[in-house]
Design a protein around this ligand. Structure first.
Ligand code: NAD
Ligand code: TDX
Length: 332
């Protein structure tokens, strides 16, 4: 039985990854998660204790990380401070977790010779113009915009250096915007779904023409498992499902699917430095590893996600008021 150490496994993508691994492999999983405001034990509720254990602790704790890496066959690193808006209010935890935390993990996998997979984002490439037909590829130069994306870019570069300088057996994936169950209500799609449930009008930053390339979290995690098992060491793979939509289209679809007029939303203050467009060319992943997305209809995936938030109010309700009071400070 392979032993996976999954950092950030109590967060959105990580908790879905743990469920994906338990369903599709015989592996045992140890989750290392600091349970910050974004981590939630409830996202791992009901999983079999003989195959999944949760260790509460930080990836910046070198002694703890060393002891857990010593007991693992592979490390899959999801843990991060993940929200752009928070990074604009206070970059400090982003530097600690995303840079120092990744460095701490890399030193441990170097000592123990452990296979390592690094989860990253398409935001490291900066943004594209709205009328530019180009998409990001593995060869696109790094050009991050926010403190969040700059720390993710820095963490990717640490991984590349540890591969080249020390022979660490690592792969990197950079994925586009995820949606699906267990996503924190600070993020765009769950924030607007839960606003509509609460009778609050959705909030669109600026004109809402910014484009994101949406992928269902299960498709992201299937790609991560494929890279972990069949990816070439030292390589980077971009993950995306051809899901480009502007924010206005997304909000209108949420409102329509929830039985409200498509224009029942408000425009609020724009995000400073707001990236215009992200778009992924995932040809390398598809041709080398044979991955294809299972969610080909964004409307169907979004309808499932709306049903999930309607059915899991006890999961998101405890975070909703605190999240909205944070946004109230910036008028968003
Ligand atoms: P999330 O904020 O939902 O979860 C992050 C998890 O990391 C939380 O459980 C949190 O408690 C944990 N964590 C934070 N600091 C920690 C620390 N110091 N030590 C241990 N655990 C810590 O984030 P997410 O959306 O699930 O993102 C997971 C990863 O995927 C991140 O690396 C992010 O950059 C990347 N990513 C996210 C998206 C997206 O659309 N959400 C897209 C591409 C890549
Ligand atoms: O209330 C809102 N209104 C709004 O218009 C919020 C919260 C967001 N937005 C806009 C900003 C973005 O253009 O929606 C878009 C999506 O916003 P977020 O959900 O904050 O995601 P984004 O900033 O695109 O980053 C996400 O994708 C890449 C994840 O949060 C990152 O972790 C990932 O790396």
């Amino acid at each position: 039985m392979r032993r996976q150490l999954v950092t950030g496994g109590a967060g959105f993508i990580g908790s879905n990854y743990v469920r994906h691994v338990l369903a599709h492999t015989d592996d045992a999983v140890t989750v290392l998660d600091a349970l910050t405001y974004a981590g939630n034990e409830a996202s791992l509720a009901g999983l079999p204790p003989e195959r999944m254990r949760l260790v509460r602790g930080s990836i910046t704790d070198a002694a703890l990380v060393d002891s857990l890496v010593a007991d693992a066959d592979v490390v899959v690193h999801f843990a991060a401070e993940s929200h752009n808006d928070n990074s604009l209010a206070d970059p400090s935890p982003f530097v600690q977790t995303n840079l120092v935390g990744t460095y701490t993990l890399l030193e441990a996998v170097r000592r123990h010779g452990t296979r390592y997979h690094h989860i990253s984002t398409d935001e490291v490439y900066g943004d594209l113009d709205l009328d530019d037909p180009a998409r990001f590829t593995e060869a696109t130069p790094y050009n991050p915009s926010s403190p969040y994306s700059a720390t993710k870019a820095g963490s990717d570069l640490l991984v590349r250096a540890w591969v080249r300088s020390f022979g660490v057996r690592a792969t990197i994936s950079n994925c586009s915007n995820n949606y699906g169950p267990y996503q924190h209500v600070e993020k765009f799609i769950p924030r607007q779904i839960t606003n509509v449930i609460d009778g609050v009008r959705p909030r669109l930053y600026g004109a809402g023409l910014n484009v994101r390339d949406w992928i269902h979290v299960d498709d992201h995690n299937a790609a991560v498992l494929a890279i972990l098992e069949r990816g070439r060491i030292g390589e980077t793979y971009l993950i995306g499902a051809d899901g480009e939509k502007n924010n206005r289209e997304v909000i209108e679809l949420i409102l329509t699917l929830m039985g409200h007029p498509a224009d029942a939303y408000d425009h609020v203050t724009d995000r400073p430095g707001h990236d215009l467009r992200y778009a992924i060319d995932s040809t390398k992943l598809r041709t080398e590893l044979g991955w294809t997305p299972r969610y080909t209809s964004f409307a169907d995936g979004l309808a499932d996600t709306i049903d999930w938030y309607r059915g899991h109010e006890s999961w998101w309700r405890p975070m909703k008021a605190a999240t909205e009071s944070k946004y109230a400070r910036t008028g968003q």
